[in-house]
Design a protein around this ligand. Structure first.
Ligand code: ATP
Ligand code: MG
Length: 395
């Protein structure tokens, strides 16, 4: 068997140039090192458009699973590093072809070293000709079963044939900070993943209503936060004690408008927590039409209370698609644990689907919510979750 001892990493979404490009690569490089921190013997090399990792005796499957979680990688391949001379390159190409059971092939070469005696096309032909001469494989330039990729550098050449898709997106943390409203449900952890994929650093705010909501419910949210934190590193969770305000809302608004008011208050509190913590946007797991509070009219009536932008990565996704994503990122089984949420505790029977601003404000005028909102903002409990630790650190 050929020993693939180097991982070749390709970047995605690198349309940006200059300083942004350098920041992208630097952040990606450090995120990869962080993700592979359990493997101290790996050797890294960075060029302007690739990162190479030299393995010692690490298990390639384990490395592969970890790399699939790093945003900003478009694809990667396990490759063999050989000396840059055409005979060695031909021999290695032939060896790959001889070891495969595939029937058709194509050779693709990138020549970084322009002084190499053959150009890319010449290298393609040289390698293809030895394969055609010594095996049964046929060339298929459009849909080859085997694609041999060759990258020629001055000293070394990398040869590979398998491209493993990366997670795509931008390296976690390069695009500013967002405060995600994290419930214990299925949607918001998926929203966290999608935001992180855009390179956004995610902090979370959670509304709890003890004693109506239990410690188990809170723990479930922290567990979910920890699960998604593997994609960005440590994650701060601000827990808001929402009980008093929620009880007042129910007194003031009654059944149909309770959820509308509750969410307007949540948004106001979240906006202030965001400002206090340097977050430039809010995030939610809302999806249009999913429940009464997510009709367009509801979204408008709730959003009008704040000025900060709200990112809703799931806004047009079907529930089935969201569930599939939750399964993929590993949060689904925890999300469906049957603990009460502050929204379900005071579950109204007839929530309004087309709330108006005028009516909402009318109900709000019945009590001094401003003071209660400020109290909630001031008295959050802040917790940091870390991917590698089961224990949370209370700040
Ligand atoms: P999820 O599955 O994320 O709980 P959902 O379908 O149950 O969403 P809602 O309960 O209407 O929908 O919540 C919509 C969004 O509001 C959630 O995705 C989340 O961003 C936010 N949210 C709801 N409840 C809470 C809470 N207790 N704490 C923080 N954010 C919340
Ligand atoms: Mg919910």
């Amino acid at each position: 068997m050929v020993k693939y001892d180097t991982v070749l990493i390709r970047f995605g979404e690198l349309s940006t140039k200059g300083k942004n490009r350098r920041d992208f690569i630097k952040r990606l490089d450090s995120n990869i090192k962080w993700m592979l921190r359990e493997y101290p013997d790996l050797k890294y090399q960075r060029t302007h458009d690739r990162i190479y990792i030299k393995l010692q005796d690490e298990n390639p499957d384990e490395i592969s699973e970890k790399l699939k979680k790093v945003f900003g990688i478009s694809s990667f391949s396990f490759t063999e590093k050989v000396h840059s001379d055409i005979e060695t390159i031909q021999n290695e190409g032939l060896r790959i072809a001889q070891e495969t059971d595939r029937k058709t092939f194509k050779v693709i070469t990138r020549r970084h070293d322009k002084t190499f005696p053959l150009n890319s096309d010449g290298i393609n032909r040289a390698v293809a000709s030895v394969i055609l001469k010594n095996t049964e494989l046929k060339v298929d330039v459009h849909h080859p079963e085997l694609e041999i990729q060759i990258e020629v550098h001055e000293e070394d050449t990398y040869i590979t044939y398998e491209k493993i898709p990366g997670a795509g997106g931008y390296p976690a943390g390069i695009n500013g900070k967002c405060l995600l409203m994290l419930s214990g449900g299925i949607d918001s952890p998926v929203a966290a993943y999608e935001l992180m994929k855009r390179g956004i650093q995610v902090e979370a705010v959670h509304f709890a209503s003890p004693p109506y909501t239990s410690d188990n419910a809170k723990q479930k949210v922290l567990d979910l936060a920890q699960m998604v934190s593997i994609y960005q590193g440590r994650m701060k969770v601000h827990i808001v004690n929402f009980t008093d305000l929620q009880l007042e809302i129910y007194k003031a608004a009654g059944d149909p408008y309770a959820v509308t008011l509750m969410r307007r208050m949540m948004f106001r509190i979240a906006e202030q927590v965001a400002e206090k913590n340097g977050c430039i946007a809010l995030g939610t797991g809302e999806s249009v039409g999913q429940v009464a509070s997510q009709t367009l009219e509801s979204i408008a009536c709730i959003n009008s209370t704040i000025r900060i932008p709200v990112l809703r990565p799931l806004v047009c996704m079907d529930k089935v698609e969201i569930i599939n994503m939750a399964r993929k990122i590993g949060t689904y089984d925890t999300s469906i644990l049957p603990f009460e949420d502050c929204c379900t505790i005071f579950d109204p029977k007839n929530p309004v689907t087309k709330p108006t601003e005028k009516k909402a404000v009318g109900y709000e005028n019945k009590f001094d919510w401003q003071k209660m909102v400020s109290d909630c903002v001031e008295h959050t409990t802040d917790v940091v979750v870390r991917p590698e630790e089961k224990e949370e650190v209370f700040l």
